[in-house]
Design a protein around this ligand. Sequence first.
Ligand SMILES: [Zn+2]
Length: 74
Amino acid sequence: MIFKLLVFAVVVFIVYTLFFKSSRGKVEQPKKKNRQNDSDTMVECVKCSVFVSEKDAIIKDGKFYCSKECAGLK
Ligand SMILES: [Zn+2]
């Protein structure tokens, strides 16, 4: 009887640990999404009107271009 109680306690502990870990993981995910939203500002190419993320865009004379071809750098 005591052995059964011990097994039950261990099972409860494992379930509690798994739940605690998954709930911690859920807390971390929104932070990553916020980081992506901060860095992924979409800008429009002046030449061909294609939208690219700001970090991938090429800036020439204060204007955004989607590629080196559009910026005339090639
Ligand atoms: Zn372009």
